[in-house]
Design a protein around this ligand. Sequence first.
Ligand code: SAH
Length: 240
Amino acid sequence: MRLGIISALAEEQEGLIDAMQGAVTLTHGMRDYTTGKLWNIDTVAVLSRIGKVAGAMTAATLVEKFGVTHIVFTGVAGSADFAVRVGDVVVAEALVQHDMDASPLFPRFEVPLTGLTRLPTDLDLSRQLAAAARRYLDEEQSRPQLHRGTIGSGDQFINDSVRIAALKDALPDLLAVEMEGAAVAQVCFELNIPFAVIRTISDNANEEAATDFMHFVKTVASRYAFGILREFCATYTAPH
Ligand code: SAH
């Protein structure tokens, strides 16, 4: 396995590069790709920058130029469900491009010519990531919950309670919203690369989202991301 690790923001990947053995950085297309060994796994870590195109560009480059065989996206997201609280963690079972709408040619949310609305994540990778997250979170004082389900991505920072409620209405299984996951999902689907997405909830996608987000990303998100990835890399076993 050669694992690509993507985050949108530097805080979401804090400490990872320092933990890498034999780290070598190559700059390509406005991004720094750092290869090296992370707890025995051959990895390439990169910051995608923000949004669906940025995520897609990064995922495709990881596969085509850096030869990764698996991808994990780790970052933060807004909650789309009352049961999903700030500080909880969501491992995606599927991703939806919530701003995709080519109706009436294709059903709303369907990615044209793929026949898919919900782009599925890799079962084994997601299962091992969720198990690592659960082990890590069990040690946390605040007892954060781990959820598994659908995450939506769109080119909008959602900070509007009416808008998030409308999206939840249209996609009842939606647990969280962010801006890159479903783009990475489409690239991985088309290139047949197993991938997983893990997001710590930083805000409630409502009017307070921007301030909650800024505070949270700095204090909690980076610590969780590092702890969960360390646990994942240290215990990963290839499926036979
Ligand atoms: N102000 C920030 C921009 C962050 S955009 C800055 O200066 O860097 C928000 C990032 O976090 C995106 O990468 C997205 O994937 C995720 N995210 C967190 N909360 C979100 C929300 N409520 N809506 C959409 N994306 C969210």
